[in-house]
Design a protein around this ligand. Structure first.
Ligand code: C2E
Ligand code: CA
Ligand code: CA
Length: 730
């Protein structure tokens, strides 16, 4: 029973519609109405042209009331032309939030014309005697004309009211929009009934009524019960009116004698009439439900285009769009507003320890915290564990502290917290994406500093930021103009301290910034996934340098090349190296490949094949920065390295800490047990060198033996005897 009731409510459209649904239906109606308006205009122009050639209009005789004649024979066409024009303009303009002056004036003109025309027509109709055949018919015709005029009048008034409200008050009144279309619909119906009634009297069929109801069917896609009501009422009214021809007349072929003329009523029987009504109403229902479905589909689509799938917050592109609008509307006081970029400390740890599902739950919770704390602001999830906010600066610190507390209290064991960068608006032309990028940069600078949760983008950051942008934008220039050069840092045998190799370290000799160090360009190139361009350039320079030295008969030592994790993803790094080695004809034992530990523990990119190939091709494989990450021992288990480079952090408190000495000792022994040699980086003192030699670490590298220097300087040091090339090189 309840189901049947619900089905009824659904079919007749009594259910509550969301704003989106009713807007969607309204928009579709407006669209249909604009087409209908155009059709009406064409039709009426055609009718008017036809009328001028028609024999119905008697030849104009001098002294006759010309105006009266025109009105009499063409009035309904003018009426429709006007209303068609009004509807078309109204529908075209309705989408605009604010009418332009021209639009306002044209709508006002059409609206007023409708009102005025009503006056003229009413005068004409009611001052002249009607030429209807029966008093009943005359009354009905007059009643219908009155209703058409009244409708025309109110349509005119509604259009004028709409234009005034929109233009002067900058207000779009949807209610009036509905009214305009409803009135238009009713005028069409009244017109259909009116013309068909007189046609019927003239022995013709009720085609006009039928055309008009079909026409109106296209416009009447409101709630089904409204459609049923309006169509039902018109069919019923028309039926009733037809009956006035003769009492008791039914819809069977009947001969009626009117004014001595035999008329054959050929309007079909009532069954057909009712069937037509039902079919039309059903079609309107079907269209309504079809449109409702479309509305829901397009809503879902729109939602997914605007929403972040996980947290339900806005997504980044929608955020940027909304923020742009807000900024433009700020006019003054823009400096009171900031863009925030929020990053979560230790999110990775939570994800690793508790699993992705818990990680997702946490992100949803953080999304809620952010939206709650910044209730009146624009918030969104950017990606991963990054959230963005556009807000007033008021009480910012308090809000961030509150947010940090909420995030911190989420888990008892994992130390969670926020890290936020801010960018204060500098004008109302700021681009949100640029602003967020700067806020992100500020946040990035305080990453891993738990005590500081907020940093605002300032002048110093701005300089660094621009330097980073400069690097990204100029990497191609730098490569092609030779601004990127390898410096060489000596590597020595720990027992003899004789030169057994060197490491190529990149330097960027910039025409604007002077010499740039790797920390100024390597991380940013990695972030923007451009690092392979630099590495390829370094590989080639190293090979070229080596070829020149070999050709000149100078002593040559093996060079270690740094491979970034991303090199393997962004290019076929092994093949690139192989090609260069072939091109410059370099003996393979002179090239060592350094891969950092973190590259090998990354779950996302599997380097197994590349690493295997490096070995197969005959290069020596070195593990860089051993001990700097979390999973060092696994890396040793999974890959066979020739040399392990012990991270320089192990030497950091070498003098004071017995522990760190023991640790290095153990690492060296362990590496030897699994057939790997060791090199310790960052050796700065004689004590360190002596100790490392004592525990059997074969190779050493550090400022004690030399900083990274250009190739020529490197040779000068060899020539001066400061560096002695060892005869033993492997
Ligand atoms: P890395 O591969 O661990 O290189 C060693 C870094 O430690 C070099 O810094 C070197 O100058 C520095 N260093 C060497 N001995 C000592 C010492 O005794 N004391 C101290 N305090 N530092 C020492 P640099 O040249 O600034 O390079 C930094 C990092 O940039 C490198 O670390 C490497 O990861 C990266 N890098 C450098 N050149 C390249 C390159 O061509 N490609 C790639 N992908 N990365 C590179
Ligand atoms: Ca290295
Ligand atoms: Ca290193």
């Amino acid at each position: 029973m309840k189901d049947a009731f619900n089905a009824f409510m659904h079919i007749f459209g009594f259910e509550k519609l969301s704003k989106y649904e009713s807007d969607y239906l309204h928009d579709s109606n407006i669209r249909t109405s604009s087409y209908m308006g155009v059709i009406v205009i064409f039709l009426e122009i055609w009718m008017l042209l036809r009328q001028t050639r028609s024999k119905i209009i008697p030849k104009y005789q001098a002294g006759e009331d010309l105006f009266g004649l025109i009105v009499k024979y063409t009035s309904k066409y003018w009426l429709f032309l006007l209303i068609g024009l009004g509807i078309m303009l109204f529908c075209l303009y309705q989408k605009n939030r604010k009418l332009t002056k021209g639009q306002f004036v044209s709508l006002l003109a059409v609206g007023c014309a409708c009102i005025l025309y009503t006056g003229v027509l009413s005068l004409e109709t009611f001052t002249k005697a009607s030429d209807s055949i029966t008093p009943v018919m005359a009354n009905i015709m007059n009643a219908m004309l009155i209703s058409i005029y009244v409708l025309l009048f109110v349509t005119g008034v509604t259009i004028v009211a709409y234009a005034l409200l929109n233009y002067l008050k900058n207000k779009r009144v949807v209610f009036l929009e509905h009214l305009v279309i409803i009135f238009f619909t009713l005028i069409c119906l009244a017109f259909g009934i009116f013309v068909s009634y007189s046609d019927f009297w003239g022995g013709k069929e009720i085609i006009c009524f039928l055309t008009m109801v079909i026409y109106v069917g296209c416009l009447l896609i409101y709630r089904p019960y409204v459609t049923a009501l309006i169509l039902g009422a018109s069919f019923f009214a028309f039926y009733k009116i037809l009956l006035t021809f003769q009492n008791g007349l039914t819809f069977q072929d009947t001969e009626v004698v009117i004014n001595g003329i035999t008329q054959k009523i050929i309007s079909g029987d009532s069954v057909n009439y009712v069937t037509f009504f039902i079919s039309l109403t059903t079609i309107c229902f079907a269209i309504f439900h079809g449109r409702l479905n479309e509305a829901n589909k397009s809503k879902a689509l729109e939602k997914s285009a605007r929403e972040d799938g996980l947290t339900g917050m806005h997504n980044y592109s929608y955020f940027a769009e909304l923020a742009k609008e807000s900024i433009q509307n700020l006019e003054d006081h823009y400096e009171d507003y900031v863009f925030l970029f929020l990053d979560i400390h230790n999110f990775k740890a939570l994800n690793d320890q508790r699993g992705f599902e818990e990680g997702d739950k946490f992100l949803i919770a953080v999304g809620k915290y952010v939206s709650d704390v910044f209730r009146d602001a624009l918030c969104a999830r950017q990606a991963d564990d990054h959230f963005v906010v556009f807000t007033k600066k008021e009480n910012l610190k308090e809000k961030l502290n509150a947010l940090n507390d909420l995030v911190h209290d989420y888990d008892d064991e994992i130390l969670l917290g926020i890290n936020c960068g801010g960018y204060q608006l500098s004008s109302n032309k700021d681009d949100p994406r640029m602003a967020i990028d700067r806020a992100r940069y500020a946040a990035h600078l305080i990453k891993n500093r738990f005590q500081t949760i907020y940093a605002e983008y300032d002048k110093k950051m701005s300089e660094e930021y621009h330097k980073r942008l400069y690097v990204v934008n100029n990497i191609d220039n730098a490569v092609s103009n030779g601004w990127i050069v390898p410096f060489y840092q000596p590597v020595v045998w720990s027992d003899t301290e004789e030169l057994c190799g060197c490491e190529a370290l990149a330097r960027w000799k910039d025409p604007v910034y002077g010499q740039l160090f790797p920390n100024e360009f390597i991380p940013v190139l990695e972030e923007y996934r451009l690092i392979h361009k630099l590495d390829k350039a370094i590989f080639e320079s190293v090979c070229r340098d080596m070829r020149t030295s070999l050709d000149a008969g100078r002593p040559v030592v093996p060079v270690s090349l740094n491979f970034s994790r991303l090199d393997f993803e962004l290019m076929d790094a092994v093949q690139e190296l192989e090609d260069l080695v072939k091109k410059y004809n370099i003996p393979k034992e002179l090239i060592h490949v350094e891969v950092t530990e973190s590259a090998l523990t990354d779950d996302i990119i599997k380097l197994d094949d590349s690493i295997k190939r490096i070995k197969e091709l005959g290069y020596s494989l070195w593990l860089d920065d051993f001990g700097s990450g979390y999973s060092s021992l696994n890396v040793l288990k999974d890959y066979q390295f020739d040399v392990v480079k012990i991270d320089m952090r192990f030497l950091s408190n070498f003098e004071k800490s017995e522990k760190s000495r023991t640790l290095i000792d153990c690492i060296v022994k362990m590496a030897n047990r699994i057939n790997m040699l060791t090199l310790t980086e960052g050796v700065e003192t004689e004590d360190q060198a002596e100790f490392l030699n004592g525990i059997g670490c074969e190779r050493l590298q550090g400022y004690l033996f030399g900083k990274p220097i250009p190739k020529e300087e490197f040779y000068q040091r060899i020539d001066k005897g400061e560096l002695v090339v060892s005869g033993r090189q492997i």
